[in-house]
Design a protein around this ligand. Structure first.
Ligand code: CS2
Length: 456
C-alpha cells in the first residue's frame, strides 16, 4: 500500500485500525478551538465513541487559533489521523474519525462564526493552554491592556481576530442576536475553576467592546451560554518524526498527523450543560455537580509534580519524564511533593497518596518519550496555577514547604532571573517575594542544583 491516510484508504486498513464511526455519517455539532495533539488524543476519542455508541451524529470541526499548517494537513487527510496508545506491553493504534472539519481562526473567521450561530452546534470545547485565556495575573479577569486583546477590541468583530476569547465573544454575540438555541462552552485547559475563568473573560470582552447591543448581549448570554468546569487528563507528548514513521509502518499509509498517548485517560465534567451534548459518559466521562476536588488534585499533584520533575530533571541534565523517574531521586521527589501538597486538597477527590502511587506508574511508562522541555514551557502561567496557591496556603498555616522550595529553585535556574525575588515579582507574587524565609530557603538550594545534584 502507498499514499496517505484519507477516507479512500480506510477500506484497505485492517478492521481494528479503522475508526469506530463512519465519518461520513457525522455532522458538525461540536466546535473545538485548539487543534493540538491533546485534543486529538482526548476529547476527539470520547466524542467518537459517544457517537458510535449512541448512533447520534456528533462530529467536530476544530479551529486552529494561529497556525494553519495543521488545518491544511488535516484537510489533505479528510481530517483523519491515527492515535497510538503507548502501553508498557506494546502499542495499540487506531484511526480516529470524529473530526469532520478544520478551520484556521483568522482566514476562516466567517465560517467559525457561522458554526457558532448554527442551531445544530450546541457545544464548544477549548484546549488553548493557559495563555489562550488572556487573563490578567493580578485580577484573573481579561487583560484588556494586552496588545492582542486591545487590538481585537478595536477591530471589526466580523473580521479576523487574534484571540480565541475575542472570536468566541463575537461569535456568541452573533448567536444571541440570531436567537439560536443555548450553547455550552467547555474549557479543557489546566486551570482551577476553568469554566468560570473562561466565562469571565468572554463576558468581560463583550463588556469592554463598543458593540451597541453589548448590554443586551450580556443579558442573553447569562441565560443561554453555560461554562461548566472540567478536568481533562491524559499524557500526550508532542509528536516526533519517529512517531510518524512508526504510524506509517502500522497503517501502511502515510499519516502526517499521528498522535501518541499513554493508555490512561480521564474526563470529569461539571453537570451543568445548557442543552444537548455528546453522551461522553458512554465512553467513561464522569459528570459531577462539582469538579473542584478532582481539579485541584489533578492540577497540584499531577501537573505540579510534572513541572517539578521538569525543572529538576533539566537542572540534572535529563531529557524525559521517564528518565527523571528512573533517577535515584525521581520517585522520592514525586511522593514527597504529593505528601507536602495533600493537606491543601479539599475532601471528596481521589485519595492523594494512592493518586501519587498511580502517578509513579504513569510517569515511569518507558514507552513514552515525554520531553521535560515541553512541560517546562510557559513556566509563569503554569506555576501560577500549579504551585502558588498551595504554597501560599501551606505557608499561611505555618507548614513547611521544603519540596516546593527545591522545585522552585530548579525553576529559578532554568528561568535564569537575577534572583528568586525577581522571579516572584515577575509572577505578580509580591507576598511571596516578601517572604524572606521562603526566598532564603530557595536560594540555599541553588548551589547543589547548579552542580547537577537533586537533594531531597
Ligand atoms: C503537562 C500537561 O505539559 C504540561 O505542562 O503537565 O500537559 C500534562 O501532561 C497533562 O495535563 C496530563 O493530563
Amino acid at each position: 500500500m502507498t499514499g496517505h491516510l484519507n477516507r479512500g484508504a480506510l477500506p484497505r486498513l485492517s478492521p481494528e485500525l479503522r475508526p469506530e464511526v463512519d465519518p461520513a455519517e457525522l455532522r458538525t455539532r461540536v466546535l473545538h478551538f485548539g487543534l493540538g495533539a491533546f485534543h486529538r488524543a482526548h476529547q476527539a476519542g470520547y466524542t467518537e465513541r459517544a457517537a458510535a455508541r449512541s448512533g447520534e451524529p456528533w462530529g467536530i470541526t476544530a479551529v486552529a487559533p494561529r497556525s494553519a499548517e495543521t488545518v491544511h494537513a488535516l484537510r489533505e487527510q479528510d481530517f483523519l489521523y491515527s492515535l497510538t496508545e503507548r502501553r508498557p506491553d506494546g502499542n495499540r493504534t487506531r484511526v480516529v474519525g470524529s473530526v469532520v472539519g478544520a478551520l484556521a481562526m483568522g482566514p476562516d473567521a466567517k465560517a467559525v462564526d457561522a458554526l457558532l450561530t448554527d442551531p445544530e452546534v450546541t457545544v464548544v470545547t477549548l484546549t488553548v493552554t493557559e495563555k489562550g485565556y488572556q487573563r490578567s495575573p493580578l485580577t484573573g479577569g481579561l487583560d484588556t491592556a494586552a496588545a492582542p486583546v486591545a487590538a481585537d477590541l478595536a477591530a471589526d468583530p466580523d473580521g479576523p481576530l487574534a484571540t480565541v476569547v475575542g472570536r468566541l465573544a463575537a461569535g456568541l454575540a452573533a448567536r444571541m442576536r440570531a436567537g439560536a438555541p443555548p450553547i455550552t462552552v467547555v474549557s479543557c485547559d489546566n486551570m482551577a475553576d476553568n469554566g468560570a475563568a473562561l466565562g469571565r473573560v468572554v463576558h468581560e470582552f463583550v463588556r469592554a467592546s463598543s458593540w451597541p447591543d453589548r448590554a443586551g448581549t450580556l443579558e442573553r448570554m447569562a441565560d443561554a451560554v453555560a461554562f461548566p468546569s472540567t478536568v481533562v487528563d491524559r499524557i500526550v507528548p508532542a509528536t516526533s518524526e519517529a512517531d510518524r514513521t512508526s504510524a506509517e509502518s502500522v497503517l501502511g499509509v502515510r499519516d502526517a498527523l499521528p498522535v501518541t498517548a499513554e493508555p490512561y485517560r480521564q474526563w470529569v465534567l461539571e453537570d451543568s450543560f445548557a442543552v444537548a451534548r455528546p453522551p461522553w459518559e458512554r465512553d467513561g466521562a464522569l459528570f459531577v455537580p462539582d469538579v473542584t476536588p478532582y481539579q485541584l488534585t489533578k492540577l497540584r499533584l499531577l501537573n505540579g509534580s510534572h513541572s517539578a520533575l521538569a525543572y529538576l530533571g533539566l537542572a540534572a541534565g535529563l531529557t524525559t519524564v521517564a528518565e527523571a523517574m528512573a533517577s535515584d531521586w525521581g520517585e522520592r521527589l514525586l511522593r514527597a511533593l504529593c505528601a507536602e501538597l495533600a493537606p491543601t486538597l479539599p475532601a471528596g477527590g481521589p485519595d492523594p497518596l494512592r493518586y501519587a502511587g498511580d502517578l509513579v506508574l504513569r510517569f515511569r511508562n518507558p514507552a513514552m518519550r515525554h520531553q521535560l522541555r515541553q512541560i517546562g514551557t510557559d513556566g509563569p502561567l503554569k506555576i501560577r496555577e500549579r504551585w502558588l496557591p498551595a504554597l501560599r496556603e501551606l505557608r499561611g498555616r505555618g507548614a513547611g514547604t521544603p519540596v516546593l522550595e527545591l522545585a522552585f529553585a530548579a525553576w529559578v535556574l532554568t528561568a535564569g532571573p537575577a534572583s528568586v525575588r525577581d522571579l516572584l515579582r515577575s509572577l505578580g507574587a509580591e507576598d511571596l517575594a516578601e517572604d524572606g524565609a521562603f526566598t532564603t530557603a530557595v536560594t540555599d538550594r541553588l548551589p547543589a542544583l547548579r552542580a547537577g545534584r537533586v537533594e531531597i
